[in-house]
Design a protein around this ligand. Structure first.
Ligand code: IPE
Ligand code: IPE
Ligand code: MG
Length: 250
């Protein structure tokens, strides 16, 4: 009985929205004396493993940072490789994602440098999976948190909303995919401890974990470790925990 109660408690503490900064592909390849692109190719297996692990664990929303607005500054050979790789991965796994009831979305994807055939594949995957009611997978591709905020401000101005009517809630309604809940947990692999312009609005009160493992080595077991670390956290949201109230009384 006690065990069942604990298990129910554990389930409740699964983060609703997990976001991953999939970092460390280049270093993974370089440590094997391979070109950086070798690490990007190896990342595919981690992506699929993590999607499956998140879904099985009961995560409702999974966001993956795949390409930032700043990543356009990389050598053109690497950028072109990434465009081709992502296209191959999307096409290869479309039916796996659909069969699992996963709804896929792409956050970003406005730059004219994105090959039109890739943009079309993104559209096709969104259409194919749009009615699915399992986990929502958001792939941040050509994404920048600041760009999203600027775009929301433009959209708000265009809507002629009076300044006094602008609240956090009305502002957020102008962000892309406004139904997306705030991020509960961000996982950034490779030991780097930066936001790197990722979903800036949505991560305002996220918990962060920084596993040292490089993304191509990241697997379901690492993901479950991160969920476990999340369960140990006290989320205060600027307040005081009920257990602390008594202690602070004079
Ligand atoms: C993350 O790995 C993948 C992308 C940014 C596309 P990196 O390519 O940044 O790998 P490191 O950080 O150089 O090792
Ligand atoms: C962030 O990683 C972007 C993605 C994982 C897609 P970067 O490797 O580009 O970030 P910095 O340069 O270390 O901040
Ligand atoms: Mg990096």
């Amino acid at each position: 009985m006690q065990h069942a109660v604990e298990e129910a408690g554990e389930r409740r503490r699964v983060p609703r929205h997990v976001a991953c900064v999939m970092d460390g592909n280049g270093r993974w390849a370089q440590s094997r004396a391979q070109p950086r692109t070798f690490g990007h190719s190896a990342a595919e297996a981690s992506v699929i493993d993590v999607i499956e692990a998140a879904r099985s664990a009961g995560v409702g929303w999974l966001s993956l940072y795949a390409f930032s607005t700043e990543n356009w500054g990389r050598p053109s050979g690497e950028v072109d490789f990434l465009m081709r790789l992502v296209r191959r991965v999307v096409r290869k796994h479309a039916f796996f994602l659909h069969a699992r009831g996963i709804r896929c979305r792409f956050l970003g994807v406005n730059d004219p440098r994105i090959p039109p055939e890739l943009a079309r594949d993104f559209e096709d995957l969104m259409t194919l999976t749009g009615d699915n009611r399992g986990m929502t997978l958001t792939v941040a591709f050509d994404h920048g948190g600041r760009a999203d905020i600027v775009e929301a401000a433009r959209s708000l101005l265009r809507s002629n909303t009076p300044a006094e009517a602008v609240t956090e809630r009305t502002f957020a309604a102008h962000l892309p995919y406004p139904d997306t809940p705030d991020v509960d947990l961000v996982i950034r692999t490779s030991g780097e401890q930066r936001i790197s312009n990722f979903m800036l609005w949505q991560v305002a009160y996220a918990e962060w974990v920084f596993p040292p493992v490089l993304w191509p080595d990241f697997r379901a077991s690492h993901f479950l470790d991160c969920l476990h670390a999340y369960r140990q956290r006290d989320r205060r949201f600027g307040g005081v925990l009920p257990s602390e109230i008594g202690a602070s009384r004079p």
